[in-house]
Structure formats: C-alpha cells, structure tokens
Design a protein around this ligand. Structure first.
Ligand code: HEM
Length: 133
C-alpha cells in the first residue's frame, strides 16, 4: 500500500452545513453495506434517522457557494438548494418506508436514487475545490 501524505487526508468540514453533511455521509456509507440485508433493518433504520435529522437541519442552512452568486440571484439559488434537499429528504422517507415494509430490494434502489441526488446537489450547490495549478 502506498503511504499517503498529509495532503491526501480528508479535511474536517469548515461549515455547520458541512458538519451535517459529513454525518449524513458516515451514515450513508454504512447503510450502503447493509441496506439489502433484512437482518440489519433495525440498525439501518437508525442510520436512516441520522440522515433525515441532518438533512432536515441542513434545510435551515445555506450553501457557502451562495457568496459566489450575484446578489440578485442569491434568493433563487438558496430556494433551489432547499427544494432539491427537500426532494432528497422525501426520497429518504420512501427509503425508510421500504425498510419498514421489509422491501429491502426497493430500499437498495432508493438508496441509489439518494446517492444520485447527492451527486447532482453537490454539482450545483457545493463550492468546487480549486485544484492547485
Ligand atoms: C445523503 C445525501 C448527501 C450526502 C451523504 C452528502 C455529503 C456531503 C459531504 C461529505 C460534504 C462535504 C462536507 C465537508 O467536509 O465540508 C457535503 C457538502 C455539501 N453538500 Fe452534501 N450530501 C448529500 C446531499 C446533498 C444535497 C441533496 C445537497 C443540495 C441540495 C447538498 C449540498 C451540499 C453543500 C452545499 C455542501 C457544501 C457545504 C457548504 O456549502 O457549507 N448535499 N455533502
């Protein structure tokens, strides 16, 4: 295994929103490994609750990228962020219902949808890290 230098290490979140996102990320990572396993449904529901809680808290916050948007467009930018996040929360609600109904295959599929929503949400609303030239 190649030794990684310090720069390859993940930086701690710099914003309150980033801290909520990080908690969602940890829960998602574990959930992915076990969502299809019905014997782990109780633990999976706890992870889903963590995702929901942190996503709901994130609704009250604004992306740091707002500062890069012209003043006239900021309200629309923030509204778009909240709308997309709410849609993601709704998906997580469906995922929760699927687990409760014992539909683990459906839950796994919904988790893929949540991951896709994460990707597009980040593309639009997360500040892109500037690469060192
Ligand atoms: C389960 C789904 C999601 C996960 C696991 C997730 C995870 C993350 C992670 C790990 C970060 C980096 C945190 C840091 O180190 O600073 C982040 C940042 C961010 N995410 Fe998400 N994310 C999800 C969904 C979304 C959605 C749907 C949106 C937008 C609608 C979004 C918007 C953002 C923004 C704006 C940031 C940058 C933080 C800031 O501006 O302060 N995320 N997310």
């Amino acid at each position: 295994m190649h030794a990684q230098d310090g720069q390859a290490k993940k930086k701690a979140p710099e914003t309150e929103l980033g801290r909520h996102m990080e908690k969602m990320n940890d829960a998602m990572r574990t959930l992915r490994t076990q969502v299809a396993d019905a014997s782990k449904n109780a633990a999976s529901l706890a992870l889903v609750a963590t995702i929901k809680e942190n996503a709901t808290a994130s609704l009250k916050l604004e992306p740091a990228k707002k500062a890069e948007v012209p003043a006239a467009d900021q309200a629309k930018f923030v509204a778009g962020y909240k709308e997309q996040l709410q849609k993601t929360i709704d998906m997580v609600g469906k995922l929760e219902a699927a687990i409760k109904a014992g539909d683990n295959a459906g839950a796994a599929k919904l988790l893929d949808d949540v991951a896709a929503a994460q990707k597009s949400g980040h593309k639009e609303y997360k500040q892109q890290k500037k690469k060192a030239a």
